[in-house]
Design a binder for this molecule. Sequence first.
Ligand SMILES: [Zn+2]
Length: 186
Amino acid sequence: MVEGCSWFSMSILKHAFLLWMVLKNKLKTHDGLKPWDVGGATNLNLVCCSLCKTVQDSHAHIFFRCTYSTTVWSLVRDMAGLRHVPNIEDTTDYLIPISKGKSAKCVIGRLVLAAYVYFVWQERNNRTFTNNTRPPKRLKELIVNTVRMRLASIKFKASSKVLQLLENWKLPKSLLMDGDDPSFVR
Ligand SMILES: [Zn+2]
C-alpha cells in the first residue's frame, strides 16, 4: 500500500499521484535532479524556475513560493474553502492531518490542491520544454472546470452545508441524496 494513499480517496488519480510525489519531493526539479539525470556538462545551479525565471527550480519554490503559482493559488483558494489558510504552504500543513476526512469540505480541498499541483507542474514543464505559456487565470479555469467535473460524479448527503458548497461550485441539487448510505459525501 502506498504511504499517504488517503490523498487518493475520491480523487482524480493522476492528480493525487502527483500531489503525493510533491509531498515526497520526488519530482525532477532542481532539488531532485542528479548530475547523471542531465549530463555532466549541465550546471545544475543554472536550472531556473521557468514560471518566474528568477529563482532556482525546487519543489518548495514551484508549488509554494513562486509568484506565478501563488497567484494561481490565490484565485482558487476560496473555491477550495480554504480562504482562512493564508498561503499554500500552510494549506498542505492544514490538509495533511485531515487528508482522511470524508466530509465534502475535505474532499473538495483535496481535489483543488491536487488539481493545482497538477496544472502548475504541467505549466512548469510546458515552459521548460516549449514556448507555450498560459496566464494564472487560465490555470484557474482549468482547475475549477476539472474539479467541477469530478464533483459532478459524486453523491452528496443532503444538508444545508453541502447545498451551499454545491451552489459555490454551480453544481445541480440533483447530486444531493437522502438516506444514510455510507458512500455519500456529507
Ligand atoms: Zn518561480
